[in-house]
Design a binder for this molecule. Sequence first.
Ligand code: ACM
Ligand code: ZN
Length: 716
Amino acid sequence: MKPSLLTAFLVLLTVSAAAQPAPGRMTPRKGVFEFGPATALAADEALLPLARYAAEYLGCPTEHSMTGTGAVVLTLDPGEPSEEYLLEIEPDHIRIGATSPGGVFNGLQALFRLLPPEVYARRGIPEGTALACGTLCDKPMYGYRGMMLDVARTWMEIPLLKRFIDLLSYHNINKLHLHLADDEGWRIEIKSHPELAQVGGFRGGDSPVVPVYGKWSEKYGGYYTQEQMLELIGYAALRNIEIIPEIDLPGHSRCIGSLHPEIRCNYPPDTVATAGTDYRSAWCVAREENYALLDDILGEICELFPSEYIHIGGDEVEVAQWERCPDCRAMMKRRAHTDPHRLQDYFMERLTAMLTARGKRPAVWNEAAASGTFTRRSRVHGWQNVDACLRTTAKGYRTVIMPSECFYFDMRQTPREEGHSWASIFDARKTYGFDLRARGFTDKQLRHVEGFEAAFWSEIYTSHEPEKPDYIDYMCFPRVCALARLAWSGNAEGWESYYRELVSEHYDRLAAMGVGFRLFPPQLHYKNGLFTAATDDGSEIFYTMDDGRPKRYTGPLRAVRPHRYRFFTRYKTGRSPAVADNSYYRVIGPALTITSSMAENPQLPFSRAAAYKNVSRTRRACRRGDWLLYTFDKPMECREIFLQTGHQQLPKTQITAGYAEVSYNGKDFEHAGKLENGSILLRPGRKIKAVRLVATCHGNGTPFVTIQPPLIKPVL
Ligand code: ACM
Ligand code: ZN
C-alpha cells in the first residue's frame, strides 16, 4: 500500500525524534557555564600535568583547590582504566572525569571542541564565552587509533614531531607508530652501536648510505638521541599517545647493511648495473652472529620505549637474496624447507624470543603472519590490501586495519595532484567510508580488529624541503580527521553529514591549529563560452591564466579559450588543488625521435619515450656537455612543451643541472632557459623542429638518466 503523505510525515517525525545526537554530542540541559577571569583549572594530584596542559589552551590558572566555583575540574574516578570520559557542564563548574589520564585527555578534547576554535591557537578563549549545560559520556569504538610516520626515509626533527603529535592528539589519535629504520636511514641512537645512528642517520655525499630518493650530492639527515626520544615519549604520553617504535627487519635493511656489510648474505652481488652500489636489503638468516647484534639493538629499543608492542617489520623481504646465499640454502636444507619464506618465519621467531624475554610483544606487517606460524601474541598491521586483513583476522591475528588503498596518506588525492598513486588515489571521503562489514569481515573477524592506522611514507617528502610542513599537512588533513572519526565512532552518520561537520567545524579548527589542510576542489562547468565555478564549503574561488597570477572569481566568466584557466579555492589556511576544463589537459603526440650523447639502455630504449608510452633510460649518467635531443619529424606547433628527465618528485636519475636550447630549423639552436628539477616547460610561440637539453653537471649520483615522455599541449 502506498503510504499517505500524512503517514510519511509522521514517520519522519518519529525518526528525527528518536535520532541520536551525532557521535560526541552533548545532551543539553538548561543553563550555561560562563568562562571569565575567575575560571581556573583544578585537578586530582595525578592529573596536575594535564591541568597545566589544559591551562595553556584555556588561558586560565591552575589551582590545587577542587572546590572553587567557576572551576574546570579534572577527576580520576575509580574503576578499570579506560578511555571513556564523562564531561559535565553545570552553571558553576565543568567536570571531566575518567578512570585514566587518557580518558580525561579525551574529555578535555571534547571540551575544546565545544569552545571557539581559537582555543587551539593557545591564546586563551574569548571573554564571555559561554557553554550550554549538559552531559556527554563518550568512549572510543576502537582501542587502536593510529598514525605511522616514516621518519627513516626523510629525517623529521623533534619540533615537527611534537607539532604532529599535537595535531593527532586533538583528534584523539592514541598511537604514533614511528618507522625508525629503513633502507634510507637509521634514526634512533643505539648506545652499544653508536655508528648506526651517527653514520646511518645521514645519507648522500660521503655517507656510505646511498640515497634512492631525494638528494644525492648533499649529505643530510639526523637522528634522535635516546634522551630526546624519552622526552618525546613523555610529551606524547601526556597527550594520550603511545609511541610504538619500528625497526624494519629482516628486509628494508640496506642502511644497516651499508654500515655492517657482514650482516648480508654470503655471496658477492653483481653491482655492474648499479655502478658499484650494493642494493641488497636483507639480513642473512643463517649468520648466527647477526642475532647477537639484533639482540643488542632490540634490547635497547625495549628498554627505551614503554610500549608493550615493538614493531619489527617483516614486510617486502627480497627472499631471492636468501636463495642465492649458500648459508641460507644450507639452513633451509637442514630445516627441510623448500620455501624461502619459512626462513622469514624463523627469523621473526628469533626476534620474538628477544622481545618476549623482555616482557614485550611483536608488532609486524601482514607478510610476517602470512604462513600462519607466527605467534598470536602479536599485533599485525594489515597494509597490503583488504584481503590481507581478512586473512590475518581469519587466522586469529589481532589486526590493525590499514590497507594502503584507503590509509596511505602519501597517495595523491586526485589524479593530477602530487603524491604517489601505486596503491590508489583517494581523499578523506574514502578513508571515512571504509566499511569493514561491506568489505566482508564476519563477526568473528571483527573481534580481531584492533582499530585503524594511516601511514605517511616519506620517500617523496624530501623534495618538499621549502614547504615542509605544508606538504605533510596537505596530504594528512582532513584525511586524519576522517581516520580519527572512523576509529573513534565509526561512520554510521554517513559522508554527507560528516562532510557538513568538516566544513562547519573542522576547517575553522584546523585553521586555528595552523594546519595547511586540503580543501576539496571546486566544481567547474564550462558551456557556450561561459565558465562557472562553485564550492559548497564557504571557501573563496580564484583562477589563474598564463601569467599564473591569482584573480578572485566573483561570478560566471566569459571565456572563449577555456584551456587557459585554472581554478582553485582558499579558506583560511586551507587550499584546494587547481582544476581546469578538460581542454587544459589535452595533449598531442607529434612524431619524434630522441637521441643522446649518453647512448640508450637497450632494455628501455629511447623509442619508448618518443612514442609517448613510457620512460626511457640512457646507458650512463650525464657529464658536462652531454645532451639529449628531441627532433620532430616535421616542424611542430604547440602551446606548451614539457620535457622532463628523472622523476619530478624523486629527484634522481635526472640531469641535475643544465639548460635547454630550441631550434626552429633543425640546425641553429638558441638558449631557451635553465632546467629546474631536470625539467623545462617551453612555450615556443612558433613551430619548432628540435629541443636539446644540455647538462652542466658532472654526474647525478646514479648510473643513468631517465627520460619521461614529452608532454605537448596543442594550440587551441
Ligand atoms: C609497507 O608499505 N611496505 C609496509
Ligand atoms: Zn644468507
